[in-house]
Design a protein around this ligand. Sequence first.
Ligand code: COS
Length: 385
Amino acid sequence: MPLDPETFDQLLDTVRRFVRERLVPLESEVAENDAVPPQVIDEMREMGLFGLSIPEEFGGIGLNMSEEARVVLELGWTSPAFRSVFGTNVGIGSQGIMIDGSDEQKSTWLPRLASGEIIASFALTEPEAGSDAGSLKTSARRDGDDYVLNGTKRFITNAPHAGIFTVMARTDPDTPGARGVSAFIVERESPGLSVGKHDKKMGQQGAHTADVIFEDVRVPATHLIGGVEGQGFKTAMKVLDRGRLHMGAISVGIAERLIDESVRYASERQQFGKPIGEFQLVQAMLADSRTEAYAGQSMVMDAARRFDSGENIATEAACCKYYCTEMVGRVADRAVQIFGGAGYIAEYPIERFYRDVRLLRIYEGTSQIQQIVIARNMLREAAAN
Ligand code: COS
């Protein structure tokens, strides 16, 4: 259910002001300390940001995908580390429960995720199973009323802060590939579950990833998402379809910030006796960035509208993720070029964003995986007709 336009505009305005007035001034501090201040996280809770996509009946704001995309475009104006604080609750951490969870699973967990009381992480990737997610090895062996989980998950966003994990594990050791995989809700406090030290990364300081290790972790059978074995890979793919659209939106948002920075710098910086923005070679870079960001935004909003009308958007979501994350990489590269030497030093935000956006082309499916998804779907459709 979409919000009434007035309420939605108010939300958008509140988020825009919070991002620009509260978060932007904290960017360097967050990058330096590799942490978002707890007080800011409390403010995010109060604003309802953890529950943006969770339906109102479970205590969230219940935005549809088009509305969520517009909010995410605003969030892109600042360091992606801020969005990561609540991003997994809005997206990949909660959506497995939302899409395929039982009524009881929804009413148990969604209100706590919507309020930000607990954080949810999505645990798919393993040391040996990245792009080939269907080959995952973490096992879930049925034992009475429980499953017993063993294995290691890698690069799990928000793992150090998570209260629950959506874990994809193999319930059927005799079925290789996607069909033997099931999805579980696993509580952080479960005996045998440990979280590794958080990884040192190229960028996105303040957002944390870590290994999650399962050693004979007993999970009640009631925590099997949807109560059906063998559906976990499909759940993960559906979660990622939505997540990839969200990634497209965040990329466009960051591109807008970088364009704003680039235009301001090009207007102020003088060389050869005039602002560098008066030189056509600089203008060409600005124009390319504006054109590409506009194309990205149009794609994201179109795919979001189709999603809201019930269409299968697996192809469109992959197109958005692929195009927009590559696009913001080019926009960031041009921003460094326009800033020249200043684009390379840490006093300006450009080099930080340049490093931050590099991850977007990798997580939630690399660009190459998106290409495969798009082309496979095209060929399947052609074969079906
Ligand atoms: N929605 C619903 N079901 C889907 C789906 C989707 N978007 N995509 C695939 N499926 C289903 C398929 O229909 C198939 O079902 P059947 O067995 O009933 O036919 C099943 O899932 C397996 O699909 P597929 O055969 O395409 O699986 P593959 O092992 O070939 O893998 C890719 C497909 C490569 C696309 C998948 O592994 C992937 O997305 N990898 C990247 C993972 C990723 O994004 N990781 C990032 C970490 S998470 S932040």
